[in-house]
Write a protein that binds this ligand. Structure first.
Ligand SMILES: Nc1nc2c(ncn2[C@@H]2O[C@H](COP(=O)(O)OP(=O)(O)OP(=O)(O)O)[C@@H](O)[C@H]2O)c(=O)[nH]1
Ligand SMILES: [Mg+2]
Length: 453
């Protein structure tokens, strides 16, 4: 349902900039602008021609002489605007105080401050985009790598929504067929029943294809967290520096150098990674180190992937063994470091990746292993990509319902059961695009946005 109030926000980032923009949206948003903006030479008709840039002055409400700044006004008339409502954009010089004064003038003239993501929320509620597209808008803005930026733009443009549309068409056709089987059971021919089963199994296949992009799509949107762990002095900080190609963490021959954890952002094949170097885990450590070790365990638990670093120039120690055991069931890579030194460790697990953080040998191989471990051999399709857990859950629901529908779609089974399962599959598709939703879900999605979008 369309909102009835006018919202306003500074849509450009905080801090000084060349230009800054205040966006105002809602019924009568354009009329409101008449009170805080006067074009050079006055209004030549009102409302102004839409999408025309008017040069003039922004000022206090109804007092054109109390000027705030030279400014440019562009109006978008509903429904041809981002939000689907009447919208105005006033661009002025990008000084924080200038933009604050401009925003206050808009509020004094009757607007209220917009919540984070509220413009996009209105775009969704006005039907300008579906929920999958709206989610992608935030991921696009926050994209940390070029690959993420490209993939998210495709979803903003409707790649996932389009693929979802195809599944829905099939399911809707299946629903009609199953309903006619309920109403006229004696008229159902075998070819028709066969067609019904094909529609459902095609829907399931298409949903499976989509869900297979989720792992990488979600990593593109959210980033992947990687924890570097190991006993003291094995070269964890050296590895972080090698991955970063920068001397970020302190490296020292004294064991127990790293106490706090150190975070850095890197990119592997377009996937944004947050890598955390941690304090070496050992027994009998000093008080400060113990706190560091406590934090290491917390980071390890939260990480999507753990790199267990072992010094292969030494015999496997008790600490190494404990750590290997501890990470047994985690998504992990065992990293055998210091290959530039002699190998003294004959008990290295077979799957270990050998590197020298000092010379850089094997680092590329390790990057490949990180990608492989996280995503397998999967390559993102160029089209629709699932980019949130919410979307993934909805698709899992579709797959489950289709599976059940196929189980009860045998000629002798009851068509009523089939219709229920198809309805459920359609309901999950509705969740994916936001036709079926609730305030809590919307709150969660749009609170991730910045103010002004
Ligand atoms: N020869 C050789 N020495 C290395 C290599 N990687 C690290 N070192 C040395 O090992 C010592 C410890 O390196 P760090 O990177 O500080 O090890 P760490 O695991 O972070 O140690 P803590 O923070 O104390 O737990 C330093 O003297 C490094 O120069 C390597 O690949 N080859
Ligand atoms: Mg260290």
């Amino acid at each position: 349902m369309p909102d009835t109030d006018i919202i306003a926000a500074v849509s450009t980032p905080p801090g000084p900039g060349g230009v800054g923009m205040v966006r105002i949206s809602g019924p009568d948003a354009i009329l409101l602008c008449k009170r805080i903006f006067t074009p050079t030479g006055g209004w030549k008709g009102f409302p102004p021609e839409q999408r025309l840039a008017l040069v003039g002055r922004a000022h206090q409400p109804d007092v054109p002489t109390d000027s705030i700044d030279q400014a440019v006004l562009i109006t978008f008339h509903k429904p041809r605007s981002y939000t689907g409502e009447d919208t105005a954009e006033i661009t002025a010089h990008g000084g924080p105080l200038i933009l604050r004064a401009l925003l206050e003038a808009a509020v004094d003239a009757g607007a209220r401050l917009a919540e984070p993501g509220e413009f996009t929320r209105r775009a969704f509620l006005c039907g300008r985009m579906d929920l999958a597209q709206a989610e992608a808008v935030a991921s696009h803005i926050f994209a940390a790598t070029d690959e993420a930026r490209k993939v998210m733009l495709r979803q903003v443009d409707g790649a996932l929504s389009g693929a979802a549309g195809k599944i829905r068409e099939k399911l809707k056709e299946a629903k009609v067929l199953s309903e006619s089987a309920i109403d006229f059971p004696e008229d159902v021919e075998e070819p028709e029943a066969e067609h019904l089963r094909t529609l459902i199994s095609d829907s399931r296949l298409l949903a499976q294809e989509l869900i297979s992009t989720a792992k990488e799509g979600i990593a593109l949107a959210d980033g992947l967290s990687v924890a570097i762990t190991g006993t003291p002095n094995v070269g964890k900080s050296s590895l972080l520096n090698a991955l970063l190609q920068e001397e970020r963490a302190i490296v020292h021959e004294i064991p127990g150098t790293t106490r706090d954890f150190i975070e850095a952002r890197i990119e592997i094949r377009g996937i944004p990674l947050k890598v955390v170097d941690t304090a070496g885990i050992r027994e009998g450590a000093s008080e400060v180190e113990v706190e560091g070790i406590f934090r290491t365990r917390k980071v390890m638990k939260k990480a999507d992937l753990v790199l267990v670093v072992i010094d292969q120039s030494k015999k496997l120690g008790k600490g190494d063994r404990t750590l290997l055991k501890e990470t047994e069931n985690a998504q992990r890579i065992i990293v055998a470091n210091k290959t530039d030194l002699l190998t003294a460790n004959s008990e290295m697990p077979e799957e270990a990746v050998y590197i020298s953080a000092k010379t850089g040998e094997g680092i590329e191989k390790l990057r490949d292993a990180v990608y492989q471990t996280a995503f397998g051999n999967q390559k993102l399709s160029s089209g629709a990509v699932v980019t949130s857990l919410r979307q993934k859950r909805a698709l899992a629901g579709v797959i489950e319902s289709c599976k059940r529908a196929l189980e009860v779609s045998s000629p002798e089974a009851s068509p009523e059961c089939l219709a229920v399962d198809i309805d459920e599959a359609l309901m999950h598709m509705g969740e994916l695009v936001g036709e079926v939703t609730n305030d809590e879900i919307l709150e969660e999605i749009f609170s991730r946005f910045c103010i002004g979008k």
